[in-house]
Design a protein around this ligand. Structure first.
Ligand code: PEP
Ligand code: MN
Length: 353
């Protein structure tokens, strides 16, 4: 892909690129107060949702058209660039008619190729930066597909936003970071800038700093952070917004490491290892659950746990597979025997019950 910089005129080419502002444009006062405070701290690009895709009806769905004059005031009085989310062709037309400088496509929208295509068609001939959030589901091809649709419409100033992926289990994160996905996106499209959205990944303000640091360690290009003059009272996403003062503090304490070598920094590689180890653990746990189901079946059908022939077959097959993948056969044997032992232990437990 032949991409152009997403930096707007006059902006310094310095990592991280910062986009900040409230989840939603609520009132003229809230927009102006937040923007004034962000501008005073050097933020150049203001974000605010005009149309809000909400999970359930009844939530605040954005002010729509009446919010544009407020954003225009931010631009005229504070000299900030303004950005908002678009989800339909009509949104694109209205945003452009109101001098929006940058738009982003939300996670629910980028999961829908019809919607992305409609937006792409409406963008034909337009020359503003377009940021594409990852789809809610962890599907890299779908994300890349959305990027390609926008690119095919002639847009060259394209960036990606990593905002995490939906999951049933929201123990720590609101949206799981699954860092290996943006890492793989970067491998496939190295010149596509990636901006991290720690607000929507974390879902809690306490997580903004650590997630932003992780993104910087992974050499992301920028951050889009939700910031509100009175976060507790926000009409949407209250728990994840921070005041401009807190945002400034977070940004000032970030450690920005420069890459000195050719490829990724060591910390980026270590993050990959952490992520891969997590996947390994998850896979192993899944494998054990399947073993337990097999144990249940064997119990119901009065079959013995150990079926030597099957075990031998598995062992031989996996070992030669591993060898083809460049791994030592002894090493693989050790791993497989250990996994098998644990699997037998699980089945024994089932039999005992
Ligand atoms: C947002 O940026 O406020 C938003 C709705 O984000 P997402 O599409 O990532 O959920
Ligand atoms: Mn939000």
């Amino acid at each position: 892909m032949e991409l152009e910089s997403i930096l707007l005129p006059g902006m310094e080419d310095k990592r991280p690129l910062i986009i900040a502002g409230p989840c939603s444009a609520e009132t003229e006062e809230q927009v102006m107060e937040t923007a004034r405070s962000l501008a005073a701290r050097g933020v150049k690009i203001f974000r605010a949702g005009v149309w809000k895709p909400r999970t359930k009806p009844g939530g605040f769905e954005g002010n729509g058209s009446i919010a544009f004059p407020w954003l225009k005031r931010v631009k005229a009085e504070l000299g900030m660039y303004i950005s908002t989310e678009v989800a339909t062709a009509a949104h694109v037309r209205e945003a452009l008619a109101n001098d929006i400088d940058m738009i982003w496509i939300g996670a629910r929208t980028s999961a829908n190729p019809f919607a992305v295509q409609e937006i792409a068609d409406a963008l034909e001939g337009v020359d503003i930066p377009v940021l594409i959030k990852n789809p809610v589901n962890p599907d890299l091809d779908l994300w890349i597909g959305a990027v390609e649709r926008i690119y095919n419409a002639g847009i060259r100033k394209i960036g990606a936003i990593h905002r995490g992926f939906s999951s049933y289990d929201k123990k720590i994160y609101r949206n799981l970071p699954q860092w290996h996905i943006p890492i793989e996106l970067h491998r496939q499209i190295p010149n596509l800038p990636i901006i991290c959205d720690p607000s929507h990944i974390g879902g809690k303000r306490e997580l903004i700093a650590p997630i932003s640091q992780q993104a910087m360690d992974l050499n992301f290009d920028g951050l889009i952070v939700e910031s509100h003059c009175n976060p507790e009272k926000a009409w949407s996403d209250a728990s994840q917004q921070v005041t401009p003062e807190v945002l400034d503090f977070i940004l000032n304490t970030l450690v920005i490491r420069d890459i000195t070598q050719t490829t990724e920094s060591l910390s980026a590689l270590r993050r990959q290892i952490d992520d891969l180890d997590n996947s390994l653990l998850e896979l192993l746990a899944r494998r054990m659950r399947v073993s337990r189901e097999i144990g249940q079946y064997k119990k119901e059908h009065n079959m013995p746990i150990l079926q030597a022939q099957r075990y031998d077959e598995i062992l031989q097959k996996r070992i030669s597979q591993a060898e083809q993948m460049g791994m030592d056969t002894e090493f693989m044997k050790t791993v497989l025997v250990a996994i098998h032992e644990e699997s037998v232990r699980h089945q024994q437990e089932i039999m005992k019950d």
